[in-house]
Design a protein around this ligand. Structure first.
Ligand code: MF3
Ligand code: CO
Ligand code: CO
Length: 280
C-alpha cells in the first residue's frame, strides 16, 4: 500500500454522510471536540469507583446514560445501527462491543468501557481498561502494553506523518512482546459523524497510508491480545471475542492534528488515564 493523498475537504462544504473525503476542521470544531472529549473523559473518571467486583455491566451502562442526560449529552451508541446501550463493556477475552447486561464483574476481571458522548453535535469517543479487585500479572502487563501502544501511536501524529506511521508505531512495540494487534477493527475519523474517513489501522509500515494534515480528527484505539490476533463475533451480532479465548485489552483516545503535532481531546481530568487508579 503506497502513500495516499486523499481528497481533503472543508467540512462546511462536505455532505453529512461518508463520502470518502477527509474533513479538515477549523478552530470552532476543535473547540467543540475539546468540550465533547472532556465530558467523555470525566464520565470515564467517574466510573472508577463504580467498577468493582459485584457490579453488573448494566449498572455501568445505566450510570453512563444518567451522566450523559445530566450533562445535556447523548450516548452515541444508543440506537446506533440497532445497538441499544450507552456503552460497550468488554470483559477479559471480549475484544470489543461487549453488550452490557446482567453479567456481574468478579475479582480478577479486566474490562474495557467504551463511551462516546455527543455534545452540541460533536462526538467524544474514548475507552479505558478497568479492573475488578486484584488482577493477574499477565493481565496487568497486557493493560500496560496496550496503553503504551496507544500513546506511541498518538506520539507519531503530526502534519506530514501517515496512518501507516501510527500503525507501525503500535505494531512494532506490541509484537516483540509476544502480544498481537487485532486487525478486524480500527480507529476512525470523527467529528459530527461517529465513524468517518479515514480508517486508522493499528498495524502498518512507515510512510504508508493516508497523509495526515492539520485539522484532521480521528480516534486511535488499538485492541491487543495476549494470544493470536483473530476474533470471532458471537451470535448476538456484536460481541467480538478472541478465537483462542486469550485476554484482550483496548484503550481509545479522540485526537486532532494541529499545525505542529497532536491534541488529545479525551485526556482524563483526574489523571485516571490508566489503571491502577488507586495509586496516588
Ligand atoms: N465506541 C466504539 C468505537 O470506538 C463504537 C461502538 S459502536 C456500538 O468506535 F454500536 F457497538 F456501540
Ligand atoms: Co472509536
Ligand atoms: Co469508542
Amino acid at each position: 500500500e503506497a502513500r495516499l493523498f486523499m481528497n481533503y475537504v472543508d467540512p462546511t462544504q462536505a455532505a453529512a454522510r461518508k463520502t470518502g473525503q477527509i474533513k479538515l476542521y477549523g478552530p470552532a470544531a476543535f473547540a467543540g471536540m475539546r468540550k465533547a472529549g472532556a465530558l467523555t473523559a470525566k464520565c470515564l473518571d467517574e466510573l472508577v469507583p463504580i467498577v468493582r467486583p459485584g457490579v453488573l455491566t448494566s449498572e455501568i451502562d445505566d450510570f453512563v446514560q444518567t451522566f450523559a442526560i445530566a450533562h445535556d449529552a447523548i450516548p452515541a451508541t444508543l440506537m446506533y445501527r440497532g445497538y441499544r446501550h450507552s456503552t460497550c463493556t468488554s470483559i477479559n477475552h471480549v475484544v470489543c462491543h461487549g453488550i452490557p447486561g446482567d453479567r456481574q464483574l468478579k475479582e480478577g476481571d479486566i474490562v474495557n468501557i467504551d463511551v462516546t458522548l455527543i455534545v452540541d453535535g460533536w462526538y467524544g469517543d474514548s475507552s479505558r481498561m478497568y479492573t475488578a479487585g486484584a488482577i493477574s500479572r499477565r493481565a496487568e502487563r497486557l493493560i500496560d502494553v496496550t496503553y503504551e501502544a496507544m500513546m506511541r501511536g498518538i506520539a507519531t501524529v503530526k502534519p506530514g506523518a501517515t496512518t501507516g506511521d501510527i500503525g507501525h508505531a503500535i505494531q512494532s512495540f506490541v509484537e516483540p512482546q509476544q502480544m498481537s494487534v487485532v486487525r478486524d477493527f480500527c480507529g476512525h475519523g470523527l467529528g459530527r459523524l461517529f465513524h468517518d474517513e479515514p480508517n486508522i489501522i493499528h498495524i502498518g509500515k512507515p510512510g504508508d497510508g493516508v497523509v495526515l494534515r492539520p485539522g484532521m480528527i480521528f480516534t486511535i484505539e488499538p485492541m491487543i491480545n495476549l494470544g493470536k490476533p483473530h476474533v470471532k463475533i458471537l451470535s448476538d451480532g456484536w460481541t467480538a471475542v478472541t478465537r483462542d479465548r486469550s485476554l484482550s485489552a483496548q484503550f481509545e483516545h479522540s485526537v486532532g492534528v494541529t499545525q505542529d503535532g497532536v491534541e488529545i481531546f479525551t485526556l482524563s481530568p483526574g489523571k485516571l488515564d490508566k489503571p491502577p487508579y488507586n495509586a496516588v
